[in-house]
Design a protein around this ligand. Structure first.
Ligand code: NDP
Ligand code: OXD
Length: 311
């Protein structure tokens, strides 16, 4: 029987995904398939999904075997009670490599004080000592697909890297911490903090007045994870008191960030418009096709979301 694969995302995404997905599915599947944006719901076998699509009620999709999320973050779908089949999330080369490049760039900006020269308006010749990476502690909060890749890249550059996760981990060159005690230690070792955790009830406001105060004075924050990881009022206070020297924020509780949000005008905040890492059509299509192949072959799916945990 033909496998029907519904693409449920914004229309502009279909334009860019139709060809790479067809190519990847043709390469991966021995069975006949149809890929499209419209099928009678009861005839759909797989749903390739973006959480901002119009599809929010999965009840009529009675034949569906899995929902394959195009995004890494799943906070907008884990709580959907109409979804009764396995949900996978996106882990792909392009997303991971994009995140490594984006975070490394911002870490180096802070580490080397690049703004001093880039933003200088006067003719002041003031040489300064440049630190080596090994003199700079960076803590990665979240050691999953993205956090681990970032941590390893920063270790290769010589940074003093620690990482914090829910469960214990062992990553060469990274001081791995977990649990409440681990959090305190990770904060202490965060001259630069990188947030790469999902948005779940357990991770919200992980950076708050109390935890920000435990970071070294004048620390830097880079948040490409999710907006709710930070208590915004506490961060603004910490920036004003210079406990935190500067923050680069890519994700926000409300996106697009409202025009009147204090982050836009704050002299110690860089706002980027949720661009840290994008799902790449070609590599993501291969991940989707491989999961459909696995499902059809009775093999375990990759990157299945634990919906009780929320990621
Ligand atoms: P993973 O699920 O692979 O990793 C999540 C990490 O967070 C894991 O190490 C996990 O711990 C840790 N974690 C979860 N809950 C807790 C907790 N309560 N306490 C401590 N650690 C916790 O996700 P990814 O690495 O793939 O992605 C991370 C996030 O990055 C995504 O959820 C998304 O929000 C964001 N993202 C942002 C993008 C952007 O462009 N800005 C692009 C892509 C993703 P453990 O390992 O023990 O399970
Ligand atoms: C994602 C993201 O979750 O882009 O993939 O933030």
């Amino acid at each position: 029987m033909t496998i029907n694969i519904l693409f449920a995302a914004k229309a502009e995404r279909w334009t860019s995904y139709e060809a790479p997905l067809n190519k990847a599915l043709n390469q991966a599947l021995a069975e006949d398939f149809q890929l499209g944006t419209k099928f009678p719901p009861e005839e759909v076998d797989y749903i390739v999904y973006a959480p901002n699509s119009d599809l929010q009620d999965f009840t009529p999709y009675t034949r569906a075997k899995a929902v394959l999320n195009l995004w890494a973050g799943v906070e907008k779908i884990t709580g959907n009670e109409t979804l009764k089949v396995p949900l996978t999330r996106m882990v792909d080369f392009g997303l991971t490599h994009g995140m490594v490049e984006w975070v490394t760039g911002h870490v180096l900006r802070y580490h080397l004080g690049l703004d001093i020269d880039i933003l200088r308006q006067d003719a002041k010749w003031e040489p300064r000592d440049q630190p080596l990476a090994r003199e700079r502690s960076v803590a990665i909060f979240g050691l999953g697909a993205l956090g681990q890749a970032v941590a390893k890249a920063l270790v290769r550059l010589g940074f003093d890297v620690s990482g914090w996760s829910r469960s214990a981990k062992s990553i060469e060159g990274v001081h791995c911490l977990h649990g409440d005690d681990g959090l305190t230690e990770a904060l202490k070792g965060a001259e630069i903090a990188v947030l790469l955790m999902p948005d779940t009830p357990a991770t919200q406001n992980v950076l708050n007045a109390e935890t920000l105060a435990q970071m070294p004075k004048g620390a830097f924050i880079i948040n490409p994870g999710r907006g709710p990881l930070i208590d915004d009022d506490a961060l603004l206070e910490a920036l004003d008191s210079r406990q935190i020297a500067h923050a680069t924020l890519d994700v926000f509780r409300v996106e697009p960030l409202p025009e009147d949000h204090p982050y836009w005008a704050h002299p110690h905040v860089t706002v980027t418009p949720h661009i840290a890492a994008a799902t790449r059509n070609d590599t993501a299509s291969e991940v989707i096709a491989e999961n459909i192949r696995r499902s059809e072959a009775g093999e375990p799916l990759l990157h299945v979301v634990d919906r009780d945990r929320g990621y």
